[in-house]
Design a protein around this ligand. Structure first.
Ligand code: PMP
Length: 445
């Protein structure tokens, strides 16, 4: 294929790219034009191994014919239908199928499902459901939302209010009263651990501090990512989530797990909820829900939360909330086909079988220059680098650019490299990632 300069690529002026240094990118663009299985093809015809499942979403790999066929069939039968006061069967069918694999512990599943169009919408929906639930049970003073430092919950005003990333917050106002638990990242006690770290369960007690500070009667919900992804793959210390659950129970606070990344097999179980055996009241999802091919999110709630909101006079709208694209028929078709692929290929648990090889491969980078921590779980890894003096993120960015040139797509956040290959990956792909990343780390030293 022609290079970017020679091809018919449009001008780069009009498109304002998200979460991108636009001027830097447009000075030396990286363009992807095709994808199949574990690989992208760039605009020069080079194959690029997808070390990140797109943006943590293409769990079943690229170019899945089963999903494309289902989408095409749906497009030509019912392309769109409103979902306010109207229904279409595939939205109900998909919810029923999702309910069977919903986040759960023992025989309790969060099998009441509200559709959204993205992870950010799922988060804002979950926060609104939590506040509406508290009001419905006579706890209308509970409107405060608690997140956690270094949490990422998308870019809606709800999400940035509970999120804990300064760059997402400093320019924009946030919801009144939101507050944050301390993060659990601890390089002094927990560096280079495979799986969940030993130390730090007591950090959950920070919620008691916020209860003492604000009063439990003001707090609606506490939201955390079971494993924080976008902020650098931060794992929950052993016992932390159980402790958080117990504190929430003690004080009537709803617990929300943001499983936009950890849902649909990323950690080797259907959801982090199942893996850690801690049942929240609400779980947010998106990304792997449709293998990333059609934008869609879903919020899973307990029957308790759902049923509390279904009270009131017959005929009234129980929750004044929803999106034009909630339950979009084409997204539902993509989601159903994705679920079929996950089930028939055992992808929701495949990461568990590959985990020890993944651990070993990624931890072999321990002695590479400037690596100060490696964290792995399921098919996720965070490789943390010491920053270059005075230039936070610059070293990791160089590594990212170099890996791309050498045919491997990684992701960087600050000076942390995040890896999350599609769940169809084979150990040979792990080796390629490690080889290319190891070279790039040497070069960036
Ligand atoms: N929550 C989490 C945990 C996420 O990782 C993300 C996206 N990376 C979001 C929410 C937001 O999802 P979206 O970009 O689809 O709005």
């Amino acid at each position: 294929m022609d290079s970017l300069e020679k091809s018919n690529t449009p001008s780069l002026d009009s498109y304002w790219m998200p979460f991108t240094a636009n001027r830097q990118f447009k000075a030396s663009p990286r363009m992807l034009v095709a994808a199949s299985g574990m690989h992208y093809t760039d605009i020069d015809g080079n194959k690029v191994l997808d070390g990140t499942a797109g943006l943590w979403c293409v769990n079943a790999g690229h170019g899945r014919k089963e999903i494309a066929t289902a989408v095409e069939r749906q497009l030509t039968s019912l392309d769109y239908a409103p979902s306010f006061q109207m229904g279409h069967p595939i939205a109900f069918e998909f919810a029923e199928r999702l309910a069977a694999v919903a986040p759960g512990v023992g025989d309790q599943r969060l099998d009441r499902i509200f559709y959204t169009g993205s992870g950010s919408e799922s988060v804002d929906t979950a926060l609104k459901i939590a506040i509406a639930y508290q009001r419905a049970i006579g706890q209308g003073t509970r409107t405060r939302l608690i997140g956690r430092e270094r949490g990422y919950h998308g870019v809606g005003f709800g999400g940035i209010s509970v999120g804990g990333l300064v760059n997402n917050r400093r320019v924009f106002p946030q919801l009144n009263g939101s507050d944050h638990l301390r993060h659990t990242h601890d390089l002094t006690r927990n560096a280079f651990v495979k799986g969940v770290p030993e130390h730090g369960a007591e950090l959950a007690d920070d919620l008691e501090r916020l209860v003492a500070l604000h009063g439990a009667e003001t707090i609606a919900a506490c939201i955390v990512e079971p494993v924080a992804g976008s902020t650098g793959v931060l794992l929950p210390p052993k016992g932390y989530l159980e402790r958080l659950r117990a504190i929430c129970d003690r004080h009537g606070i709803l617990l929300i797990f943001d499983e936009v990344i950890t849902g649909f097999g990323r950690l080797g179980a259907n959801f982090a909820t199942d893996l850690f055996g801690v049942l929240p009241d609400i779980v947010t999802t998106a990304k792997g829900l449709t293998n990333g091919v059609i934008p869609m999110g879903a919020v899973f709630t307990s029957r308790n939360v759902h049923d509390a909101l279904m009270q009131g006079p017959e005929g009234q709208i129980e929750l004044f909330h929803g999106y034009t694209y909630s339950g979009h028929p084409v997204a539902c078709a993509a989601g159903l086909a994705t679920l079929d692929v996950y089930m028939s290929e055992g992808l929701l648990t495949r990461a568990a079988h590959l985990e020890s090889q993944w651990h070993d491969a990624i931890h072999s980078l321990k002695s590479a220059p400037n690596v100060i921590d490696i964290r792995t779980i399921g098919l996720v890894a965070g490789v943390e680098l010491s920053p270059r003096e005075g230039a936070i993120g610059a070293r990791a960015y160089d590594v990212f650019v170099d890996c791309f040139k050498k045919g491997v797509l990684i992701r960087v956040t600050g000076d942390i490299i995040a890896l999350s290959p599609p769940l169809i990956a084979e150990p040979e792909h792990f080796n390629t990632i490690v080889e290319v990343l190891g070279d790039a780390l040497q070069k960036a030293a």
